[in-house]
Design a protein around this ligand. Sequence first.
Ligand code: ZN
Length: 319
Amino acid sequence: MADTKVLLIIGRGRSGSTLLDNLLGELDGFFSAGELFNVFKRGLVMGHTCGCGRPVASCALWSRVMATALSTPEGVIAPAQVAEWQQQVAGAAADTRRLLKVRSTEGGSAALGPYVSVLGRIYAALAEETGERVIVDSSKRPPHAAYMHLVPGITPYFVQLVRDARAVAFSRARLKHTVDKDMRVEGSASNAIGWMRRNLHSEAVRRRYAPERSLLVRYEDFVAHPQRTLEEIVRVVGEEPGEFPFVGERTATLHPNHSVSGNPSRFETGSVSLRIDDEWLRAQRVKDKLTTTALTWPLLLRYRYSLWPAPGRVAEEAF
Ligand SMILES: [Zn+2]
C-alpha cells in the first residue's frame, strides 16, 4: 500500500493555521485533522469537542480511527498512556533539533517507538476511513514535526506558516473564548521570544527534511490570495488540484469537519470571508509594537516584513 501523505502545518499560534487546515480539507483528496497532537490529552482524556460538534471520544469517525489505532495484539492502549508517551517524547522539554537527528526509534527515549507507531496507525486509519490521500495536521509544534521521519507508513510534507510578529502579539494579548477553554493572554516580550523560537525551530524542521517537500507561507499572502496559496501547497504535495472551495476571490464555502483541536474558527461553516486582520496597525500599544520589533527584527526582515509598517501597507506588501 502506498504511504499516506501527511501535511504538517508548523509555526506560531494565531497565524491562520486552522483556517488553512480547514480550507485544505475542502479539496479533493485532503482530510483536515486539526491539531492532531492534541487528540490524546485534550480530545480523548479531557473530552474536548471535535469539529463536528461531538466530543472527540463519541465522534463516529474518531471512534473508528482510535479503535483501529489503539488496538495491538497485546491489548488496547489507553489514550492516557499515549498522552504520557507523547509527554516524554514531545513535551515542553522536547528539543526539536535533537529529535531531528534521531536516526531510529532506538535512538531516543523508550517512549519514542510505541508513540510513533500509534501515530502511524492513526494516519493510516484516517486515510482508510475517509478515503483521502493527504492528512492535514495543523499541530503547529516543531517537535511534533521533528519525528515524522520515524513514523511508519507516511510521507511527510511541511508548510511553515508565518505571520507578522506584531500582529501575533496583538492577537495573543486578547482573550479568546473557545468551547473548551479560554486561549491564553500573553505579553509582548514573552510572545516575541516564543515567536522567534517557534519560527527558528520550524525552519530547522524544513531544512532537515527534503526541501522539495516543504514550503514557507506568509499569512498575509495566504489571506490576500488564498487560492494561489492552496495551489502551491497542492503542487508540493504532488496532488492534482480539483475544485477549489472559493465562491469569490476571498470568500470560501466551508463544510463541517472533524478537526480535533485548534482555533474556535474551526466550527465556522458556510460562506466564510477571508480578510487581512490589520487592526494591530492602528490599535496596538506603541510599547508592545516596539518591544516586539526590537526582539524579532532579524526574522521580520527575513520574512519580508517592514520594520515600520504603516496602516494600508500590509495589503500592498502581500503582493
Ligand atoms: Zn467528529
